[in-house]
Every structure is written in C-alpha cells, then in structure tokens.
Design a protein around this ligand. Structure first.
Ligand SMILES: [Zn+2]
Length: 253
C-alpha cells in the first residue's frame, strides 16, 4: 500500500503489478521499488502540419548545412508516443522538465529533450490504460544519465510524449529530424556536413597560385620552401581552427 502521488489516498499495489490507478482521483502511477511515480500520456500541443513547418524552418536555418533544403528527399513522416522519465526540482529547478528515454533507444537525439514545466499537466493528459510497456531504464539510472540530483526534492514523472519524425535522404544517406509534439523543438542527432568547406577551396586555390608565383620569381626550391613554411603553415592552421570551431558550433564535430 502506497500513498497516491496526487491526492494521498492509499493505493493498493499487488505483487508484480507495474501500473496502478488511484480509485479516488483516477491518477495512474508506475510502481517500482516501493514508490509510485505519476504516469501521464501527454496530448500533442502541435499537429503534424505545425511540426512540419517547424522542421522546414530548421532546414532553412543557420543550424542546418547550406543546400540541404533544396537537395534533401523527404520520406513519410511518422507520429508516435515515446516513454520518458521526466524530472524537475533538485538541481534542475521547477521551471523546466528534463527528460530521459525510459526505454533503451538508438534515437540519441531523444536524450536532449527538455520542456517548460507547464507541459507536464495531468489535466491535459490523455487517458491511459494499464499496459505491457514498462521502463527498461530505471529511475536512478535515468537521473544519472541526465545529471539530475537533489534527492527528495526531485519530482519524477513517467510520461509518454508525442513525437513527429521526419526522415530524409541526403547524398544517399538516411537522416531524420524529430520534432517534439509539446514545445515543438527540433531534436537532431546527426545531419549531413557540407561536402567541402568553401574556406578550404579558397585556401588551396590561393596556395596553388602562390606556389606558381614563387616558382616564377625565384626559380629554385629552397626560397619557395621557406616562403611556404612562413605563410602556408600558419594559414592552414588557422583554416583548420576556423573549420573546427564552426563544426563545434553546429554540434556535429
Ligand atoms: Zn489519488
């Protein structure tokens, strides 16, 4: 017997039972390790059309590689729910909810999800039935993965979040953008890089011209090698640093 997380009424949990419903307030909860965690299926706050518009804005934004918008081949979008642990309080604060997939997944972008706290609202939830799907990632492990600490002050939820997935192809490879159906954020793990940086093309052309000029002026290898050392090496280093910085800014380094 455990107290309901919403109304405090006593809830009876049978052995081996994963989900229980409070008969007083109807709140569904996930039961594990002698604890009840409120369980909500959140209703979408944006529809597929709005999510598509969000995805296209991302395609056109600075964050996406140039040329992606015109070249990418879009696949069939998908809408589905995904189960997350959701934490607020502790070192997270109560303004936002940090989410961690409650089921192991290869969708690494889902580990970056965080939404303002008002989206976790029992009044805006869809009715859920008891079901076979249970978390494969425990609460403690999820908290560790998200860097959430604060012991008793951490509020945990188990939530099913509506997601929209937009697959696309670029240069023969498959990529995807996932838009969360609550706050409408684009979740991106990997996306195509620019095939060749314009910085690098300019530098190589410049160096080639410089080499030919040097050869005409001095006509021997030693003077040319010296000039290259003094000019080309720092220029290459600077270009490399700039490209590295740009990749890191975009988060695909
Ligand atoms: Zn209750």
């Amino acid at each position: 017997m455990l107290p309901c997380t919403q109304c405090g009424n006593t809830v009876v949990v049978d052995d081996g039972q994963s989900y229980v419903r409070c008969f007083n307030c109807n709140q569904m909860a996930y039961a594990a390790n002698n604890q009840l965690v409120p369980y909500l299926r959140l209703s979408p706050q944006i529809d597929l059309t709005e999510a598509g518009a969000t995805m296209r804005r991302w395609f056109a934004s600075e964050a996406a590689p140039a040329g992606l918008q015109g070249v990418a081949m879009m696949g069939q979008p998908k809408a589905y729910d995904f189960m997350f642990w959701s934490f607020s309080g502790g070192n997270v604060g109560f303004d936002r909810q940090v989410m961690v997939p409650a089921v192991s997944t290869v969708l690494r972008e889902l580990y970056g999800l965080s939404v303002p706290s008002h989206f976790i609202n029992p009044d805006a939830a869809i009715e859920v039935e008891e079901e076979a799907v249970v978390p494969t990632v425990g609460r403690e492990r999820a908290m560790a993965q998200a860097g959430v600490s604060g012991g008793e002050n951490v509020q945990a939820w188990l939530v099913r979040v509506p997601l929209y997935e937009f697959p696309y192809q670029f240069n023969g490879r498959a990529f995807r953008v996932i838009v969360d159906g609550l706050a409408g954020q684009c979740l991106v793990d990997r996306f195509p890089r620019k095939p060749v940086s314009t910085w690098l093309v300019f530098l190589l052309l410049g160096m080639a011209a410089f080499g030919i000029e040097g050869w005409i002026l001095w006509g021997n290898g030693i003077g040319l090698a010296l000039v290259y050392l003094l000019t080309a090496v720092p220029a290459l280093l600077m270009t490399w640093l700039v490209m590295k910085r740009r990749r890191e800014d975009r988060g695909d380094g």
